[in-house]
Design a protein around this ligand. Structure first.
Ligand SMILES: O=C(O)CCC(=O)C(=O)O
Ligand SMILES: [Mn+2]
Length: 202
C-alpha cells in the first residue's frame, strides 16, 4: 500500500489496512454533504424466503459501463460518476495503488439501519479482491469475524474520513457487518470501491 498512513492490522488469513482520518474533518463533511444531495439513493427490496424485505439502508451503485451488480434478485445498473465521486475514486486509488471501476454506496439513516454478516466474494470481484471502504458522517462500529476460527474477531469504530482496505484473502476467510444500534445515531455514508471484472453481472 502506497499511502504511509495505511497501517496493517495484524489478523490471521486477512490483509487489512486502516487509515484514520484519511480525509480531514472539513473535507469529509464537504463530501458527506455533496453525496447526500447528489447520489441517486435507492430504497431496495430483496426477496428472502419468497417474501419482499426492505434493505435496512439506502444504497446506490456507480461505475464504469459494464459493471452491473446483481445480488439477491436485485439488478443494479451503474450510474455514471459525478465530480466528487470521481475525485474520491482517484484519491483512494492512489492511496492503495489499485484501480477501481465501481463503488457501492450505502446510506445508514440512523441506528436502525445496518448491514448483516456477509462477505464480498462474488465471482466477478475475483478471488482476492481489494475493497476500499471510505466512511463519512456518523461513526459506526464495523465488526469482523473469522469464518472458521471463532476466537478471531475485531471491532473497529469507523469515523468520518477513515479509510479501510480489505485485500488478499480477507473476503475468503472473514465476514463483516455494521450492526444495528439502539442509540440515536445520525446518518452515515459508506463508499466501498471495487474492481469488478466487466461482463454480465454476478
Ligand atoms: O458500511 C460499511 O462500512 C460496510 C458496507 C459493506 O460491507 C458493503 O456494502 O458491502
Ligand atoms: Mn461488504
Amino acid at each position: 500500500m502506497k499511502d504511509e498512513r495505511l497501517q496493517l492490522l495484524a489478523l490471521p488469513d486477512a490483509e487489512l489496512y486502516y487509515a484514520r482520518g484519511f480525509l480531514g474533518t472539513d473535507e469529509a463533511e464537504h463530501f458527506f454533504q455533496a453525496l447526500e444531495n447528489k447520489v441517486a439513493w435507492r430504497r431496495d427490496e430483496i426477496t428472502l424466503f419468497g417474501r419482499p424485505v426492505a434493505v435496512p439502508r439506502l444504497q446506490a451503485w456507480y461505475g464504469d459501463p459494464g459493471t452491473d451488480y446483481r445480488y439477491s434478485g436485485l439488478d443494479l445498473s451503474p450510474e455514471p460518476w459525478f465530480d466528487e465521486l470521481q475525485a474520491l475514486r482517484e484519491r483512494v486509488s492512489a492511496a492503495c495503488e489499485t484501480p477501481f471501476n465501481s463503488v457501492l454506496i450505502n446510506y445508514y439513516r440512523n441506528g436502525s439501519d445496518g448491514v448483516g454478516w456477509h462477505r464480498d466474494n462474488e465471482q466477478s470481484l475475483g478471488p482476492r479482491p481489494v475493497i476500499a471502504s471510505l466512511s463519512l458522517g456518523q461513526s459506526r462500529r464495523f465488526s469482523l469475524r473469522h469464518r472458521d476460527l471463532p476466537e478471531h474477531k475485531l471491532q473497529l469504530e469507523l469515523n468520518s474520513g477513515d479509510l479501510l482496505i480489505m485485500a488478499g484473502a480477507t473476503q475468503h476467510h472473514w465476514l463483516h457487518a455494521i450492526p444495528k444500534s439502539r442509540r440515536q445515531l445520525a446518518p452515515r455514508i459508506n463508499l466501498s470501491f471495487r474492481y469488478r471484472i466487466p461482463g454480465p453481472g454476478g
